[in-house]
Design a binder for this molecule. Structure first.
Ligand code: CMC
Length: 434
């Protein structure tokens, strides 16, 4: 990656009476950054930023978010345009290679993915080691990490062809693994990939067809699946992506680094929120109970939060949530489920929260997970699978960010520091004297 930041003046840092000039750098969009790389060397002080709320951890040319305006761009293209006009494989190509593909390039890309969807038969045996009722994310973490053992060549980050193939393999095999996880939980036989289908339809076929009966692909539902994948494809330096970058910064195998990203995504503050949100909507059950839950969310002494609301970066409506809401309506209409109580509760909850002073003041808007659970539930996925579907879609983002990091000449092993507040140095005390 060619570094493209531009110098844009300096910032003054004064530490205990001594003044230091720090370079200020500009990117294409977004706030300028104060380059603090020399701060420790020159001032003997660290900067302190738990949770990275003020820290840009890398330079990136993949995704841009303006949280105040509710804008999300992949390689410059707005997410709503991609969701409406593009397909997931096309977005994968864009995120990985930087440009929308020509028709021939897209065909080649899709064909190559189809060449790599099968799993090594030995990999199929991993599944038997898990409890039948294992959480799908526990299985996914283990299986993605275990895949590294089949492709040792991908460890060599200097081998660009191996690296390219590794990226394709991850994107191609993820749907096969995720569908097998669902089948394993259900106690059904695995369904192999079929090359006549597009990416989303193939995944749905592997999830929902059974030996006794073919699964009829409904193009509207397959489109909704594809759109779900587009909306989750990348999201700049979120927790799981930063985890992937940090893990890979040591030179770890890229499949193992992606497995670390899967583990991070599992949590309810990140990818697990869609499952938690649907649970919450079911728990609320009817619109008349909404005020009770709003009050719980506002109560400082109650740990309850309105799931699917709020975001570290978006202080406006999450642009992905807008598309999700429209897609939820389309899916429920198609399945004749438009009068389902859960959709009514979600819409009413959204309306009440958006008019509530607490949510207005804290700029808490629906995020991508608010409506996605309703869609996935209607498509027939069990709740426990929701985060797995997020991971499937995010794989392209993880892989693209990992590759970008490996190509960045300023890349170093990630190694944050700390402010130590434990015991001062003291002498060892013999056991009989304690
Ligand atoms: N319900 C009620 N209050 C909330 C909520 C919520 N969902 N989210 C934030 N707040 C309050 C929070 O209590 C805090 O109040 P105060 O300033 O009085 O202490 C204030 O808003 C700021 O919250 P924060 O936790 O400091 O903000 P954060 O940026 O660290 O957290 C978040 C972001 C997404 C973890 C949080 O909003 C949250 O827990 N939301 C619910 C879980 C959820 O939907 N997560 C999915 C995120 S989107 C998917 C993804 O990109 O991974």
């Amino acid at each position: 990656m060619e570094n493209k930041t531009k110098p844009n003046g300096t910032a003054k840092l004064e530490v205990k009476g001594k003044s230091y000039d720090l370079p200020v750098l500009s990117g294409t969009h977004g706030p300028d950054v104060i380059d603090i790389r020399r701060v420790y060397g020159e001032t003997d002080h660290f900067t302190f930023d738990p949770g990275f709320t003020s820290t840009a951890s890398c330079e990136s040319q993949i995704t841009f978010i303006d949280g105040d305006k509710g804008i999300l761009l992949h390689r410059g293209y707005p997410i709503d345009q991609l969701a409406e006009k593009s397909t997931f494989p096309e977005v994968c190509h864009l995120i990985l290679h930087g440009e929308l593909p020509s028709a021939v390039e897209l065909q080649d890309f899709c064909d190559e993915i189809k060449q790599h969807t099968l799993l090594h038969t030995q990999l199929d045996r991993f599944f038997d080691g898990f409890r039948r009722d294992s959480h799908p994310m526990a299985m996914l973490t283990g299986i993605v990490g275990g895949m590294a053992s089949f492709y040792p060549g991908a460890m060599d980050s200097e081998d660009l062809e191996e690296r390219r193939l590794g990226s394709i393999r991850l994107i191609a095999k993820m749907p096969t693994i995720c569908a097998r996880i669902l089948k394993y939980n259900l106690g059904q036989r695995f369904v192999d990939p079929r090359n006549q289908y597009d990416y989303a339809s193939n995944f749905m076929n592997m999830c929902f067809s059974v030996v006794a009966e073919d699964y009829e692909i409904n193009p509207k539902l397959a489109k909704a699946m594809d759109r779900f994948f587009i909306l989750h494809a990348d999201h700049e330096q979120n927790a799981s992506t930063s985890t992937v970058r940090l893990a890979a910064s040591s030179g770890a195998h890229p499949f193992a680094a992606v497995a670390a990203g899967v583990a991070c995504l599992w949590g309810p503050s990140h990818g697990g929120a869609n499952e938690a949100c649907l649970n919450m909507l079911h728990e609320i059950g009817t619109a008349n109970r909404i005020p009770e839950f709003i009050e719980k969310a506002k109560d400082k002494d109650d740990p309850f939060r309105l799931m699917g609301f709020g975001h570290r970066v978006y202080k406006n409506y999450d642009p992905r949530a807008k598309v999700m809401r429209a897609t939820a309506h389309e899916v429920l209409d198609e399945l004749d489920l438009r009068d389902t109580p859960i959709l009514k509760v979600a819409m009413e909850l959204e309306r009440i929260a958006l008019e509530d002073e607490y949510f207005i003041e804290k700029k808490l808007y629906p995020n991508v997970d608010f409506y996605s659970g309703i869609i996935l539930d209607a498509l027939g996925f069990p709740k426990q699978m929701f985060t797995v579907l997020f991971a499937l879609a995010r794989t392209v983002g993880w892989v693209a960010q990992l590759n970008e990091m490996l190509d960045d000449p300023t890349q170093k092993i990630g190694r944050p520091r700390q402010i130590y507040t434990g015991h001062a140095m003291r002498d060892y005390v013999a056991i009989d004297k304690r």
